[in-house]
Design a protein. Structure first.
Ligand SMILES: [Zn+2]
Length: 296
């Protein structure tokens, strides 16, 4: 009998010590500040800089596109409980701007576009210089809400900046001497800033937002342009229906290659935590193949 009492006491003490020394994941997460992000651009950069020290959440579900998204009623509650809400811009995500207006005083609002020189294209993360500006802004937010982790955030920011510089050099070198400089994108105008940075000529089927369907006339013009020029590849976005690109490819014989605007993300890439840098590497591989750029 005594033996049983001993073991019961021993187990009880072990359980109490276990709870005290190793609080449950749920309890740990309850003390972790939450940063809510609008879509994949702020999400992936914040994740990379936070390195697991902040809980990062995204409103835009994987597979959805950001221009015309409508958040669920639950989004406001999530927003009010977050330490910060980071979104790209009122112009790119009008729904996020509306939501931000309804946030409580305890949620810090961060519109990333406010620190980037204004241009015609709202896809501001499509140059590496701008990506560094966005990351610096996000790192500052993280330092403010979790000051004890400042050193980690600064280290992660330095790493991110090095990646951006490496990507910039890779793009410059790889795209310097290509057989074609013409990027025909059977999607929306998300790559203007990128094309301008590396002196490529971009034609896109629709405008800077997904709203407003392209016209049949525009599609016919695009097909005519491809047939008349030395374009051997067309580009499309992975979350768009492949039907349009297939039509253009059948008409022109051009091969189809993917481009990733980063602002929306497939479920598969989301589940694999694919980073901004990885998506931009994929973009470079597609451009190199499609524009027939020789290896440096
Ligand atoms: Zn877009």
């Amino acid at each position: 009998m005594r033996k049983y009492v001993f073991w019961i006491l021993f187990l009880a003490i072990a359980v109490v010590l276990g709870v005290l020394l190793f609080p449950s994941k749920k309890a740990q997460m309850a003390n972790t500040p939450v940063v809510l992000t609008s879509g994949y651009v702020p999400y992936t950069i914040t994740q990379q800089l936070a390195g697991g020290n902040v809980s990062v959440q995204m409103l835009l579900p994987p597979g959805a596109e950001p221009h015309a998204f409508e958040p669920t009623p639950g989004a406001l509650l999530t927003l009010k409980q977050a330490a910060a809400f980071i979104y790209v811009s009122d112009e790119l995500e009008p729904w996020a701007a509306d939501l931000a207006k309804a946030a409580g005083v305890q949620t810090r609002l961060v519109q990333l576009a406010s620190t980037v020189p204004a241009g015609a294209d709202p896809h501001i993360w499509m140059t590496f210089d701008n990506a560094k500006i966005l990351a610096a802004q996000i790192a500052q937010v993280l330092e403010d809400i979790a000051p004890a982790r400042k050193e980690i955030f600064e280290k992660n920011l330095a790493k991110f900046n090095r990646e951006m510089d490496q990507l910039n050099s890779a793009f410059q070198t790889a795209l310097a001497r290509c057989r074609s400089r013409r990027v025909v994108h059977v999607g929306h105008l998300a790559f203007k800033n990128l094309a301008d940075a590396y002196h490529l000529q971009l034609t896109a089927l629709s405008g800077t937002s997904h709203e407003g369907e392209h016209s049949a006339k525009k599609l016919a013009q695009l097909i005519k342009q491809i047939k008349e020029s030395n374009v051997s590849a067309i580009f499309t976005e992975d979350t768009l229906s492949p039907r349009l690109a297939q039509t253009v490819a059948q008409e022109t014989g051009a091969q189809i290659l993917p481009l990733y605007p980063v602002e929306h993300i497939s479920k598969e890439d989301f589940n694999h935590n694919v980073t901004y840098a990885e998506l931009m590497h994929r973009n470079l591989e597609s451009l190199k193949r499609g524009l027939q750029c020789p290896a440096p």
